[in-house]
Design a protein around this ligand. Structure first.
Ligand code: FE2
Ligand code: FE2
Length: 273
């Protein structure tokens, strides 16, 4: 019988922290939302965790780890183009070396595979043949609840010219590596907007950023970044995966007891057959 327990991954990406504690204000707000509302299996930090500031990893850990501990969530760190491998490894206790910081996390039947798509000294993304070979080997045996693949650079074209220039190169090679595997969703950051697509028929979720939002439909001829921090959640349920953006700003339109409202609705809708 397939294992179809609901699993939840919270994605907080592109925090772009400096060593200044004020730079973590939106991260703290995101974590407060998570702690108040969810018991995710993991908090996925999908890259650009710092703004090219190695000293910021201490602030990141000091901000994230107490919350993760209280809600018993794993922390899944992912390299972004504004992260530095040496400082990233030191911050998260990873083995040394200059190789990409790839990882495979096993979360009680759910596999979360992480690829480091960064190219030191550049801002676009690439994957080496060795990384793709290791990924294919890691995915060769299906996990009980399937896999989620996380990488910073979206393997998709972007409607924003600047983001498009800096997307993952050679996405067709990644497509070949994941085609036919148990990967249920590919999760990315980097673009600073919420977006969706597919690679080899697998849904791709481009998670919205915590630091700021890139305007995906600016006035003609303009590139814009605007306020609007957000996180997202990935729910694996009923044999599928669904990604949902959670903006951090907004005034309540309604705010009612969930149990009472659902009971009221159940009394008024036809039963499923
Ligand atoms: Fe970013
Ligand atoms: Fe990035």
């Amino acid at each position: 019988m397939p294992d179809e327990r609901r699993r939840v991954l919270v994605t907080i990406t592109d925090t772009h922290l400096t060593a200044d504690p004020d730079s973590a204000a939106d991260l703290r707000a995101a974590l407060a939302v998570v702690e108040a509302g969810a018991r995710p299996d993991a908090i996925v930090l999908a890259g650009d965790l710092t703004a090219d500031d190695p000293a910021a990893y201490r602030l990141l850990r000091d901000t994230v780890e107490p919350v993760a501990g209280r809600i018993d969530a794993a922390v899944v760190p992912v390299m972004g183009n504004h992260d530095e491998r040496g400082a990233f490894r030191a911050a998260f206790g990873l083995p040394g070396g200059h190789d990409p910081c790839d990882a495979v996390h096993h979360l009680d039947g759910l596999r979360v595979a992480v690829l480091d798509t960064t190219v030191p000294g550049h801002h676009h993304g690439e994957l080496t043949d060795a990384q793709l070979t290791r990924l294919a080997a890691a995915l060769a045996t299906p996990a009980p609840q399937g896999s989620v693949l996380v990488l910073h650079h979206p393997p998709l074209p972007s409607p924003v010219p600047s983001v498009d220039l800096l997307r993952l190169r050679g996405a067709e090679r990644l497509a070949a590596a994941v085609d036919g595997t148990d990967v249920r969703m590919i999760v990315c950051g980097h673009a600073h907007y919420a977006g969706a697509g597919a690679l080899a028929g697998i849904p791709v979720w481009i998670a919205p950023a915590t630091a700021y939002r890139v305007d995906a439909l600016p006035p003609a001829g303009r590139l814009r970044g605007v306020t609007g921090p957000a996180l997202s959640r990935i729910d694996l349920v009923g044999g599928t995966a669904v990604a949902t953006a959670v903006p951090l700003a907004g005034e309540p339109v309604y705010d009612v007891d969930a149990g009472e409202r659902v009971a009221w609705m159940l009394a008024r809708i036809p039963a499923e057959v």
